[in-house]
Write a new protein. Sequence first.
Length: 257
Amino acid sequence: MANGGIIGPIISPTQGKGSAQSTTSFTSSGTYNHPSSGWTEAHVLIVAGGGSGGGAPTGGHRGGCGGAGGTIENTAYPISRGAALTVTIGAGGTSNGAAGGNGAFGPTTVTGGGGGSATLGGNGNPGGSGGSGGRDSGGSVGSGTTGQGNNSGTPAPGAAGGGGGKNAAGGSSFSSGTGLTSDITGTPVVYAQGGPSPSSIAGGGGIGNQGSQATERNGNNGIGVIKPFATAYIASGVWSLDDVYDNKKAGTWGEEF
């Protein structure tokens, strides 16, 4: 076509990753609908439910601490425009030494945290991050899932170990494994800390029995957070007024270059 009086090559725009858009957070299972005009990658964080701590509510059995829910964060998760993906949010373990529920984002799954040992001297349990063995369990460690979490801590004489976290293994004597700090929502937030974890941390593990307690043994529910990006139309060289008009009319003339 004519170049509108401007001398230079006519260059078609190419697509690229634009600015971050508003995040969508899931605290219960549902469906994520990716924007039809969005970029073909998204920042995705999925956290499974944390394992509960172990031990009877009374009697000082010193049960093991629960492991954090398995966690995957991908800053460039491939996703098709207009795709509808199922999001599964795993519940935290609520019974004595129960594992947390698994989570998923589309085909990507994460494993619930291992429950802490429910008995004095019991073994640790595997999970996204491992739940600890109980007091006097001879060093039993619950294993974490590669890429999702870490092992529990080693029980010490007189005390159970801490639950594994996303970023580190648990320690001895109820010392929790550190979780993941992510700024996917725009503010740094901690996820998937091993037990004992505050109830505010998604995917955190529960504390093992310390004598007389009940609900604080529970693991925390998981979460899913998705941050899409706009599509930017990128070009270099000299553009004619005719081509600017044609691209604006077609909706392919972006503001991000």
